[in-house]
Write a protein that binds this ligand. Sequence first.
Ligand SMILES: NC(=O)c1ccc[n+]([C@@H]2O[C@H](COP(=O)([O-])OP(=O)(O)OC[C@H]3O[C@@H](n4cnc5c(N)ncnc54)[C@H](O)[C@@H]3O)[C@@H](O)[C@H]2O)c1
Length: 264
Amino acid sequence: MEQWVELTGRVVIVTGGSNGIGRAICDSLSELGARVINADITPPVKEGGAEYLPCDITKKGETERLVEDVFGRYGRIDALVNNAGVNRARLLVDTKEPGSKYELSETDYEAMMSVNVKSAVFMAQAVARRMIPCKKGVIINMSSTSGARGSAGQCIYAATKAALSSFTKSIALELGKYGIRVVAVTPGINEKTAMTSADAYMDALAYTRNTTKEAIDSNYEASIPLGRLGRLREVADVVCYLISDRASYITGTVLNVSGGKTTD
Ligand SMILES: NC(=O)c1ccc[n+]([C@@H]2O[C@H](COP(=O)([O-])OP(=O)(O)OC[C@H]3O[C@@H](n4cnc5c(N)ncnc54)[C@H](O)[C@@H]3O)[C@@H](O)[C@H]2O)c1
């Protein structure tokens, strides 16, 4: 029986597919028949349906080599999912302990900007060069509800996500005439991933919000109209749909997948 979302033979590059949401995306795409390439700096913990290609996506040269390698082998690239991201919770100014490790540094700024924004820009550029002659392709950018709303203690993380949502809209305007669709997805609060379960992240978030890790976790569900955290597979399902031809008239927009936590 034919599946409603059919991705057999589609070649899809997913950045940051070794963990969390990216891994769920790789698994769901593979189950739907896609040939998935996981471009990550860290190897996956366990084997999945995706082919792992090591890549530091903050290095433009490495991303270009990766894209040419994939195109050289398969002769097509149908979709790119710019999923990899890093989040360091930091205060703009730490009034409790000026200059502490939780006050935003230049290194923190550059780490978040380079993984979350720069890599997505140059991955999209390299992939679009190959998609344009084919007059077809899909680029998905993993944003966050914090991008539209802002987030205390995460000013640069949220700014990188707003940048991705804006970048999505502009390149959709440029690439539409080549049949290339570009969509941003904004998850809200989800089941724990490597990012959100890391002690370094939770300790920093608790410090910047003047609370405890336990209090942060226990308040999440009450803030979500659907009353529960998002499942990683629910974000992956949206990405699969957007890549498929079922979403053939969707481009230049930001799709909120947050259980109603935010509506903008
Ligand atoms: N987890 C959430 O609740 C949540 C909510 C909203 C948005 N997001 C976004 O979803 C995306 C995935 O988040 P996650 O929670 O699954 O993260 P994660 O930390 O679990 O996984 C991110 C992956 O990116 C990879 N990566 C980091 N730097 C890299 C680099 N330089 N080169 C190549 N790969 C690199 C990591 O190795 C890791 O495998 C991110 O963009 C994040 O901002 C997550």
